[in-house]
Design a protein around this ligand. Sequence first.
Ligand SMILES: C[S@@+](CC[C@H](N)C(=O)[O-])C[C@H]1O[C@@H](n2cnc3c(N)ncnc32)[C@H](O)[C@@H]1O
Length: 205
Amino acid sequence: MLQVRKRAFKGTTEYWESRYAKGGTSGAGSYGRQAEWKAETVNDWVAELGVTSVVDFGCGDGNQLSLAKYPRYLGLDPSATAVRMCVERFRDDKTKSFLQYTPDTLADPAGWLRGDLALSMEVIFHLIEDEVFEDYMTRLFDSAERYVVICSNDTDDDEQVPHERHRDFTRWVERERPQWVLERRLDPPADLDVMSSFFLYKRNA
Ligand SMILES: C[S@@+](CC[C@H](N)C(=O)[O-])C[C@H]1O[C@@H](n2cnc3c(N)ncnc32)[C@H](O)[C@@H]1O
């Protein structure tokens, strides 16, 4: 049954644009207690580490972002609808910029898209195609000056809904970006129904 539904899946970018265009949201993880835990974690690390700017790959509908305390922020997402929602919601916030991109319409070898910290929150297990995953991980790490923060799970379990594919991304980092060191891992509180943990990577000097 899952195979049939997977065959009907149109692709990661198309899935999210269609979901937002129909009035859908970024999901349960971006609202309520789950969103509060995610925001507290990143806000605390940003303050503690003296992070000066954050570039967020997969900013979503902006609800999670409404809890963020970052000095300077750039949010990117392939969904034009999600980016428009953020532009509208944060219209008067001079610290936040937004940009829509798709994996095949953005090349940045000259390094314009940079942040002191590059952020990925509950995006990695939604990247279905291998080439999209590769492209995403490469962009994420190549956009970070000092830190990368990932909120995801790191298992290779294949029994999910069509728009989820869990990946052991920590192995990708070890293999492809050995200059990045996993400094911290934070699992969710026991009373919170979240499958993601936080991973803080630091560039080795
Ligand atoms: C579950 S939502 C999470 C949104 C936000 N990070 C949060 O925590 O609320 C996943 C987001 O990833 C975005 N996404 C999908 N493919 C992406 C890609 N290749 N690069 C960046 N974002 C992507 C989707 O459009 C969607 O907004």
